[in-house]
Design a protein around this ligand. Structure first.
Ligand code: NDP
Length: 272
């Protein structure tokens, strides 16, 4: 019988994870099955227990359950602890291992797929929600020259900086605070693109040869990427590569095999 995995969320029908993991398992010849689980808002714990009791090996967790997944994990990785959110679970007897592969996936997409080095660059992280928290540690490990966190609600930006206070090259504020400063890498980790809104970024935020990365993905450039293009960002990317890379990292955690991602990213980009 194949090993069973799943992605759990609400809503879940739109998820590309089953397609991605089906491709990975075919490519690496792993005997596994990956399904979707729609859990009611208060039904996460019950769904997990049921899945575990039926022999499920691991899960991806998406909106709105990443914090609950963090809380039920009996062991956490460094990334999951820093993110205070879990997107990958491994079930092993009574233990539930929780990891967060979102940040690693983003960094792999930027550094490996897009061939954009982060080390010594000036980085602007827009947003201070769950996704931004998950990105912080892998981003800092790349040793950027400086990291600015900008968020609409300024207190949340400060709180995120304080969580990483052992790093001395971080500043935080709102969007007006970065006026007059230029960045080489600008990451939109807000959900503004979900509602079709641009960010209130000052002019001249995008340095020559800069990369603008929106972790959202869709069939056309988001308002953030449209603004970045107008403002002179040289490279633009949406978050489809991050989606595939975070899945590849989860797959590696579960199966110990690293799947190829390049062709799949190209295929998903063509479909978009
Ligand atoms: P949260 O709800 O935790 O945080 C939302 C963030 O967006 C906050 O910083 C919030 O600011 C900001 N925001 C929302 N609306 C606006 C607006 N109109 N203008 C400016 N800022 C705004 O969400 P997550 O962090 O969990 O998710 C953010 C996005 O990341 C989602 O779109 C999600 O789909 C995407 N994502 C993509 C992944 C991928 O693999 N490509 C993986 C994970 C997430 P404030 O604090 O002021 O409210």
């Amino acid at each position: 019988m194949p090993d069973t995995y799943a992605v759990i969320g609400n809503p879940i029908a739109h998820s590309k994870s089953p397609l991605i993991h089906a491709e990975f398992s075919k490519q690496t010849r792993q005997d596994m099955y990956y399904e979707t689980i729609l859990a009611p808002p208060n039904g996460f714990a019950a769904a997990i227990e049921d899945f575990q009791q039926n022999g499920g090996k691991g899960m991806n967790v998406t909106v709105p359950f990443k914090i609950e997944a963090y809380k039920i994990s009996t062991r956490l990785t460094e990334q999951a602890t820093a993110a205070q959110a879990v997107n990958t679970l491994v079930f092993d007897g009574n233990e539930i291992y929780g990891d967060n592969t979102d940040g690693t996936g983003l960094i792999r997409d930027i550094v490996t797929n897009l061939d954009f080095a982060i080390t010594t660059k000036r980085v602007l992280l827009c947003g201070a929600g769950g996704a931004a928290r998950g990105i912080m540690l892998p981003l800092l490990k790349q040793e950027p020259r400086m990291l600015a966190i900008s968020n609409r609600t300024i207190q949340k930006a400060h709180k995120l900086r304080q969580q990483f206070s052992s790093y001395k090259n971080i500043v935080s504020g709102n969007y007006a605070d970065i006026a007059g400063k230029e960045f080489d890498l600008i990451i939109n980790a807000t959900s503004a693109s979900l509602i079709g809104k641009p960010l209130p970024l000052p002019l001249s935020t995008f340095a020559t040869e800069s990369l603008a990365y929106d972790i959202m993905y869709g069939d056309k450039n988001t308002p953030f990427l449209q603004f970045a293009r107008k403002e002179g960002a040289t490279y633009l990317s949406d978050g489809i590569g991050m989606l595939v890379e975070q899945a590849a990292e989860s797959f590696f955690i579960w199966r110990g095999v690293r799947p190829e991602t390049k062709l799949l990213i190209e295929m998903l980009n063509q479909k978009n």
